[in-house]
Each structure stands twice: as structure tokens, then as C-alpha cells.
Design a protein around this ligand. Structure first.
Ligand SMILES: [Zn+2]
Length: 306
């Protein structure tokens, strides 16, 4: 439960206390500050949702549920809610339909809010060639299967962290070289969209945790496609993934703090050059990290500075 701070200041001098009290004129009150009483009282009830964030494709929204919410759903799917009524919802890259957020209160009443999800223009690149991927070799397939199993098992984890409440910081700063949602079209056939943001930084650049979290996966060898990879759970189903690392400084299960060194960027796995790839998910929805981290700080500024 949240509490509002009620400050009762100034004692009662100068206030009429009824017919039997002597009223002291204001001018005669001593200038010394009177004692201040601070009391916690319950805040007024919230009757509707409070939402903060980007109501757009790839956007993440932090909300507060109405008071006495017993259950929360987004499009009829239950949404996890913290004890203080705060929650997280996100919208994938191709979301177009409005979202329906429903709070069922303890007394059975419901509060419904329909959210319009703004569309974005994605960077599309039309190519007259075919994708460079050839049929996977037997070796690739043999290596790939356990990698997919490991990543799938990791995504099923739901570590507890309060990182989702924080303001996210850029894990490395530099020129953005790849945008979330961008897509190549090969002779009219769309390829998979880019599911993160790329920042062009040299191999060995420190990679800092964008927010508090729990290391869900820190690979012990480079995966065929992702290279050395870290997945950080920020709580509430919000997960950051970093690919192509040259070095990993954390281990699976570690609790990390915002700004903590996780490792160093690189070009391991399938990468055309050294860069930081930062992907985010809220449950199964792909989220644009750039919307959370905000404008890239100017060169030379510490990561995370607004
Ligand atoms: Zn990328």
C-alpha cells in the first residue's frame, strides 16, 4: 500500500480553539519554527489506471492499477502486478489492434481501459538478391539444437528483480547502426525484422547493465548465431539480451546492478563487425530498447546520463 505524507505544521498557535480559548494575535507568535508532526495516512483511492511509457509498436508501459485491484488482464491474459499495484505491459513490433486493459476489483467491479497503439514507420530495405543464408550444414544443425534448447529454457525463467521500475541506461554509447524493427525485403520476400538496437562500438567496449536484474543466461561458449550472449531478467517478464560479446564477466544466477560491468562488446557469432546488439522482450513481445533508454548521450558522457 502506498502512503501519502501528511505534514501537520505549526502547532495551533493563532488558531481559535473554541469559545474558552484565548486567541493569540498572529503578530505575537514567536518566530522560532514550531515542531513538525509527520504522520503516514493512506493515500486516496485510485479509481483509474495511471500509465507511463510509449503506447506504440515496440513500446513498454509502466502502470499503476486502480486501488483494490485483485486481478489484471491485458487482452484477457493475466498480467503480473506488484504489491503496490504497479505493473508492466508491452506491445510488439506489428501490434495494430487496440489493447484492452481490465482490472477486476476485490468487490467484483471492473475498470476497463482501451489503449490505442500508435503505428511506426519501419526502415525497409528492398534487395534484388536472395538472403545469404544457405541451408544449414549438418555441423551447424548439430550445434544449433542445444543452443535453441538452452535459449528456450532460459526464456521460461521468471527471475524476481525490481529493475523494471528503474530508468534504463544505454549499456554502451556510440553511433546507432541498426534500428529495432528494420527489415530487409529479398525480391519481395520479407526477412525477419531486426529485433534489437545496434550500437557501433569497438571490440572490448565495456557493456554495462541498463538496469538491475538477474543473469538468466551467460553462455560459456560462443553460440553459432548469437556468439557470446547474456540475458538479464529485470522482473515482470522484462528481459534484455546482449549478443556478439567478446568477453563475459558475469555468471548465470548473478544479481547485477544498474551500471555494473557485464562484459565487453565484440563480433562473435554471426556479426558483420563489432557492435553491441541489445534486444528486449516483455514476455513474448519484442520491445524497442531505444524507447526505454532515450536519446543517446553525447560522446564522452557517462552511459546513462540523460
Ligand atoms: Zn543487431
Amino acid at each position: 500500500m502506498s502512503f501519502a505524507r501528511l505534514v501537520i505544521a505549526g502547532g495551533l498557535a493563532g488558531v481559535s480553539l473554541g469559545s474558552c480559548a484565548e486567541v493569540v494575535p498572529q503578530a505575537q507568535i514567536a518566530p522560532t519554527p514550531p515542531p513538525t508532526i509527520v504522520r503516514d495516512i493512506p493515500s486516496p483511492k485510485r479509481l483509474s489506471f495511471a500509465l507511463e511509457g510509449a503506447l506504440t509498436q515496440g513500446g513498454l508501459v509502466i502502470g499503476s492499477a486502480p486501488s483494490d485491484t485483485a486481478q489484471l488482464t491485458l487482452d484477457a491474459v493475466p498480467v503480473e502486478m506488484a504489491a503496490d499495484g504497479r505493473f508492466v505491459i508491452g506491445f510488439g513490433r506489428d501490434r495494430t489492434a487496440p489493447a484492452k486493459l481490465v482490472a477486476t476489483l476485490a468487490d467484483g467491479r471492473t475498470v476497463t481501459e482501451t489503449l490505442a497503439i500508435a503505428r511506426r514507420d519501419w526502415i525497409l530495405e528492398n534487395l534484388t538478391t536472395l538472403p545469404k543464408t544457405s541451408l544449414p550444414s549438418a555441423t551447424f544443425q548439430r550445434l544449433r539444437e542445444p543452443e535453441l534448447v538452452a535459449m528456450g529454457a532460459t526464456r521460461a525463467l521468471r527471475p524476481v528483480s525490481q529493475g523494471w521500475r528503474q530508468r534504463f541506461a544505454w549499456p554502451a554509447t556510440g553511433r546507432i547502426s541498426g534500428w529495432f524493427g528494420s527489415q530487409r525485403i529479398y525480391r519481395g520476400e520479407p526477412g525477419a525484422f531486426h529485433n534489437g538496437v545496434d550500437v557501433a562500438v569497438p571490440t572490448g567496449t565495456p557493456l554495462l547493465a541498463p538496469a538491475d536484474g538477474v543473469v538468466m543466461l551467460a553462455t560459456d561458449h560462443p553460440f553459432t548465431t548469437e556468439g557470446n550472449m547474456i540475458m538479464i531478467g529485470h522482473g515482470m517478464g522484462l528481459v534484455s539480451t546482449f549478443l556478439h560479446l567478446s568477453r563475459i564477466d558475469v555468471r548465470t544466477g548473478d544479481v547485477v546492478r544498474r551500471g555494473q560491468m557485464l562484459g565487453a562488446t565484440g563480433a562473435t557469432g554471426r556479426a558483420t563487425g563489432p557492435h553491441m546488439h541489445w534486444g528486449m522482450r516483455w514476455n513474448d513481445e519484442r520491445i524497442d530498447p531505444q524507447l526505454l533508454a532515450g536519446p543517446m548521450p553525447v560522446a564522452g558522457a557517462a552511459p546513462g546520463t540523460p
